[in-house]
Write a protein of this length. Sequence first.
Length: 293
Amino acid sequence: MVDLTPRLPGAVTDRLAILRSRAGSAVFSRVAGDEGSGRRARVLGAEGPRWFAGDAPIRRVHGDASMFVGGLRALLLQSLHPLAMAGVAGHSGFRGDPWGRLQRTSYFLAATTFGPADEAQRVIERIRRAHAPVQGVTPDGRRYSASDPHLLRWVHVAEIDSFLAAHDRYGKEPLDARGRDGYVADTARVARELGIPDPPETAAELAEQLAGYRPELAGTPEARDAARFLLLQPPLPLSARVPYAVLAAASVGLLPRWARLPLRLPWLPVTEATVVRAGGTLITAGIRWVTTG
């Protein structure tokens, strides 16, 4: 049989390979930081039992490029809880060290999802110690603590809902209903290790718990300031601004309508169903291409 597959000239193929390698290294450096290679060895190279099997839904979701969209969507959604946002604004240094925060979060996800059980437990314990001193009083006089189980559960459900929503739309292999329930159940294992009581175990429970927080949510000045920083003022070189803008639009496009008004974000259903969705598909495919293979 004659092979009719078009072939690129060798020079073009070589240039594409170089471009892919450089872009992949740049993305990995941003997400993993200077310690990325060592951390990758501790997660993927170390031996020992894991919390999750190789075919677990959590591995499919957390290993997909759609996490870039879901992660940004999670930060926007989480900011709507005034007590959680007060802790972020007062203690996390998200403006002064946004990449450091991203790298710590990405390692937490990598270690607990893919790493040996002992490394996952060490990361969990490190996070619990870091949460202990994060406490204070909001401008309206309410006390907050990062170790508050109720706030921890809000952060968890907002994060998991975002990762699942992004994977449903932009994942390479979206989960079926059983897989979605399996993903939520997998993440509940991690949530309990963090000290979160009664985390959701199914997609229906996730939606129910998320809805239960809605009376507590508000678009505070701190939340809107965080949204402007995340969407409009990212600390990126000019060459990365356009791809990031596409990523940001895709993240906003996944937010429910009730979450946008408090953050003063637009609702453009026709544009989001066409231009934004196409852009989100393209950007996640591009990230997937440069970070795999």
